[in-house]
Structures are given as structure tokens and as C-alpha cells.
Design a binder for this molecule. Sequence first.
Ligand SMILES: [Zn+2]
Ligand SMILES: [Zn+2]
Length: 820
Amino acid sequence: MNHKYWTNAVHKLSSSISIRTQNSPRLLSNSKHVIDARIIKTGFDPNTSRTNFQMESFIKTGQLIKARQLFDEMPNRNIISVNTLISGYVKTGDLVTAKHFFDGMPSRTTVTWTILIGGYAKHGYPLDAFKLYADMYRSMIMLDSVTFATLLSGFNHKIWKNQMIQVHTHVVKLGFSSACTVCNTLLDCYCKCHCLDLAFRLFNEMPERDSVTFNAMITGYANVELNEEAVDLFLTMQKTGFKPSGFTFAAVLNATVGLGNLFLGKQVHGFAVKTNFIWNVFVGNALLDFYSKHGRVEEAEKLFHEMTEVDGVSCNIIISGHAKEGNYEKSLTLFQELQGTNFNRKNFPFSTMLSIAAYMLNLKMGKQIHSQCIVTSASSELQVGNALLDMYARCGRFEEANLVFQSLSHADAVPWTAMISALVQTGYHEKGLDIFIQMCRENVNPDQATFSSILRASASLASLSLGRQVHSLVFTSGFVSNVFCGSALLDMYAKCGSMRDATKAFQEMPDRNIVSWNAMISAYAQNGDGDGTIALFEEMVSTGLRPDPISFLNVLTACSHCGLVDQGTKYFNSITELYHMEPRREHYVTMVDILCRSGRFGQAEKMMAEMPFIPDEIMLSSILNSCRIHKNQELAKEVAEQLFNMKVRDASAYVNMSNIYAAAGQWDKVVVVKKAMRERGLKKPPAYSWVEINHRMHIFSANDKSHPRWEDIEKKIESLSTRMEEEGYKPDTSCALHDLDEDTRAEYLKYHSERLAIAFALISTSEGSPILVMKNLRACSDCHAAIKIISNIVGRQITVRDSSRFHHFKDGYCSCGDYW
Ligand SMILES: [Zn+2]
Ligand SMILES: [Zn+2]
């Protein structure tokens, strides 16, 4: 924008000789008369004119010194000579010399003023530009649309609101308010500075509008996420027949992404086709972005192949889009194709590719991309550097990660946070904590992302004592009112089993956004409080906040945990019917899960046939789990077959498969599954449970006799077993899949990790106090049944957090109602 106005100003400068006189600026006179007057007044000299022209050429080619020499040697200079020289100094940013010549001029034209105003505006001194403009206004110099445009181009922030309003007043006073171009400039400026109220008032008051007016207003709305307003205005624009620009399309598509409105976006797509804008690469990219953000990569891909012109941006969008949907193979192929093009390599989606390598734990691919990053010097970019670090750390190569870490600047919190978050995400919580402590020692201030990571570590460790320490650090760092830190705090307390602290954190937040509401709703959902989840969701809606896909996912998850089929169906349908959004893959996964858990396999199959996705492994695994609960052997075998052919990476799916075959007595298939698991390099992660007693973590794995108090633990388990049998407990030996006899299997079950942790907690804490035990995997159904009875025998509240949710055991019952 800046540049365009500037060129205009220079253009005006060269043609000004025929339009303006310096002494009667506000008089309109015929041009012939003006030229005559100038010749008499300035002693118009063809030689001067020629030299001015030469000076201008020198300035254009960056030879300011030569231009200055010419100027110094000129026998007769006129006002144009000085204007040209000033514009030369302005161009190089030497505003002091420019001002020096400006001050030395006996008289100045509008152009002179405008050049210098433009200089200040362009080089980031909008206030100086405004002061000069105010002098100009007071000196009764004629203002024109270029002056306004030049001045306004410097305002880029709300802080200049008062100055903009003053300019607006002048525009009205001088009779420019009916000039469309001037008003457009002003409107654009208001929008750019996020003064949308003023922009909209001006928009309404304009006697005449053109396409530029609409485009500016729509872009303005979209930029501050007034999405509905942007879309409405776009529709009005269509009705009134004004032509959109590429920017308008991009803005309105952005707005439809914000609204989550797929239908509307498709309409805009159709309109772009109709108006021939579809060939514009800028519009095409906005559409690609729109489709991939809606999870419609197939449509994006189709468009991508139809586009006559694609650039690096288009490729980036489509590669990242595929990556987001988990089609890594596709991303890889496209990335390889991209390397054969001559697009600027610096813009390649290195960080996306690195995160794919990190996700796939494909170190070889990560290293290849690393070497390309080095060749293109992209590795020096912070984002790429962090992605590299993350990739190595996740692949378990902490040495390489550390090398990358050392090469990044340490003054900033970002690389520290990347290192910490990589460690936390890969389960090295203590190491992450060590780095955090080192970071604090080196006086690097943690930012909200650092705290979020550390809080996540505390949540994963379920270490309430650590979480509380971090809480006080967050408090002293002043981040406690930060909505993201606040939400992470809330989440930490909820995951550490303290709903009371979580609720308190939520209530104390000075402002809450969708993230904080979602965190609180999720806390209720994880705890299996279906009614609480729904009540909170409705409360959020009543405050005027629009639920986002995550809010719906939380509500659906709660419905799935609590077997609320009707409620779940209602909320699932409301996504499209009430909120006009497209349900995402994870919504379908949860909805199918809700139906299957309640045994409505027919309905689930119908939904799967109608949904716009192919069922993925998560969906199939959850169906398999429901088949196990409802003993639906028929479907189970079918699903297991599909899963087996998908070559999934999740070991628990194989475990489920082999369980299904084992229960059906198909031992040959069990062998096949186990062999495939070995061949595909998958291992069932070892199950372990842990419990925090007096600020110390005690970790147990099944049959683990290494704890110093093993004898007491064993004694406790044995005495509990006797009592449990009296209460009618019978071990469910199908949970122990070993080719062993019944008694050995039952014996084995007794020493599952969570039971060791509970037994230890029982002998280490006072009578009647609640117990919180964490488990890295899902609890087996025998342990679930056993803990219910134990809670009754010992009269304690026992909470078990497994990989998917909380189980609150009390008086022989579990809060999950055996739905899990
Ligand atoms: Zn168990
Ligand atoms: Zn339960």
C-alpha cells in the first residue's frame, strides 16, 4: 500500500508543472494560464527542466550523489529541482537532510509537503508526518487526495485513532467527503488500525461507494474475526453488483473458516469460478486453505490439480493439509514432487515435514530434511530449528536434539520450551523438569508455553505437590491471569484428581475464552460427570460464546463415558443443524463409539456408511472394544480383519484383536496377530501404575517385587483377597491371556500394577483418607471389578486415572457405571 501511494506521489510530482502554482493553491485555474504564470515567476528555463529530468533519473537509479552534484551546479534552480532532491533524500531514508532542504525553501508546493509527509509516514514516524500535515493545513496549502493517502499510509495502530479522526474532520470540512478515493483511504486506514466502529460509520455515511470500499470493509471485518459481518457484507456486495478482488475472496474465505461454515465456503468457491477469479493463484490458495482447514483434503487436492498456476504457498498448504489428516505418505510424495520444482526453497514447509518425521519416528527422513535445511540455510530459522530439535527429541535422539538446542539462541524462551515440551511429550517428565530448572537458573524468563509444558508434566505425573509449586511460580511470574496458563493450571488440577482446585482456578480466571471453558468442560468429561459436562456446556453457550469443535468433542466424550446416547445424538446433530458446522472425523469417531457402547451396532454402521471419511484405526479400535463389552463376535471378527489389513501402529489394537480371537477360541489367529505384531516392530508398552505419597512417587509394574516394602504389600494383597472372596468376588481370568491354568492366571491378576499401588497406598496412608492412583494404560475389567469391592471393604474413596479417564470407586461402585 505504502509503496503504491508513494509511486503516485512521485508521478504527481513529475506532472505537477502543468497543474499547480505555488501562491494560489486553492484556486482552480486553467492549465495554460498556470504554465504562463510559472514561466514568468520562476524564470522557466528549458535547461533547468532538462537538468531536473536528469536528476530524477539519477535518483531513480540510486545515484543520489550525482543528483546532488547536478543540483549544486545548476545555475537556475526552480521549485521542482528542490522537490526532486528532497524526494531523493526521502527515498534513502535521510529525513534530516530532506527536512533541511524543506526548511530552506522560500516557498513550497503541495507536492513538497506531500513528499516529506510521505517520508515520515513510510519510515515509521507517523506522528512527525501528522505534525507536518497539521502545519500544512494551518498554512492553508491545498490538500489533495494524494496528501491524505500519503499521510494515512503511516498509521498502522489504534494509538493513532485521534489523529485519524482529526484528518477525517478535515476531509469533511474541505469538502472531500464525497470523494470516493479519499474516503476509501480513510476507511482502509480505520480498518488497518482495527477501529471497525469508525470504519463502519464512515462506510454508512459515504454517498458513493465502489468495489474498493467493499473490499476494504470486508477485509477489515475478517481481520478482526467479525466473520458474520464480513460474510454479510460480501453477500450485499454481490447483490449490488460490485466486483470483488482477490483480497476480498481471501478475506471472506478466512471468515468462513472462522465460522466453520463449509456450505458458505463452497458458495464462495462457486462464485470465484463464475467470476473467473479461480485462476488467480491468491484466491486458489485461500480456497485450498479453506478446504484443508475444514478437513476436506480430498477437495483441496482436487482443486490443487485444477489450478492453472500454483506456487510454493499452494504446495505448503496441501502438504500440511495432508499431514494434518494423517496422510503422511501423501505429504511425503508431494514434498518430493515439490523438490523437483523451482519454487523458492526457503519457503518449503520444512517444519511441517520435520513434524511428520517426528510423528512417524522416522529418523532417516528427519535427517534428510535436516540436511536440506542446512543447504537452504533454513535451519537458522527459529521455527525450523525448534522443529528439528523436536524431531530428534521425539525420535529419542536427545544428543542430536541437544546439539540443535546448543546452536539456537538461548536468550529466548522458545528453544528451551521446545526442548522441555519434547521431553515432556515423550514421557521424560523429570528430564523436562531439569531443563526447566536450568532455564530458570540462567535467568531466561519462562513464557506461557513453558508453563503450559511444565504443568502438563505435573499433570502427567499426577504430582499435585509439583503442580502446586509450579502454580506459585506462575503466580509470581504474573502469568496467572493469562488465559492459557490459567487453563493449563485448571487442567493440571483436574488431571491430578482435584476438581476442587480446578474449579477454583476456573472461577478465579479474570477472563475466560473458549480454551478455558473447554478445559473445564473436559475436566468434567474425564471425570465421567455427564450431567456436569452438559450443564457447563450450556452455561458457556448462555454467556454468548460459540462452541468450537473441541467443545463438542468434550460433550460427546462425556456422553460416551456415561452412556448418554440420546444426549449424544442431540449434540452431534446440533453441530450441523444449530451451528452450521461440519462434524469432524473425531466427532464421528466419538459418536460411533457412543452408539457401539450402547450396543446399537446397526445405527453405528449406518452412520459410518454415510460419513464423508473412511473409518480410521481409532474408530475401528473403539468398535472392537465395544464388541468385546457386548460380546458381538460377528462384527468383532470383521473389524479385526480390517484393522489387521490397515497395518496399524497402535499396539493396543493388536492386543484387542488377539483378545477377540482368543475369546472365540481361534488360537491360530492369535498366533498370526502376535507374529504380525512382532514383525511390525510393535510392543505392548509395559503397564505401570504410580502413586504419590508424601511428595514421593512410587512406581509399580505387574508382579514387581522390587519395592522396599514388598512384604507388607504382599501381605495386604493376600488379606484383601480373602475378604474379597467372602464378598463374592471371582477373578475374571479372561483378562490374563496366557496359556496357563486357571489358578496361575488368577494369581497373576492379583499382582497387576494398579493393585500393587493401591495396596501400598492403603498401608502408607491414614484410615479413611482418599487414594489416587495413576495408570499408563487402560485398567483391565478384572481390576475394575476388584477395585470396586476393595473400595467397599476398606471404606475409602479410590480414584484411578487410566489412559482414558477417571474412575472414582466408592462403596463398591465406580463413577463410570462400568462404561469405559
Ligand atoms: Zn488388571
Ligand atoms: Zn470405572
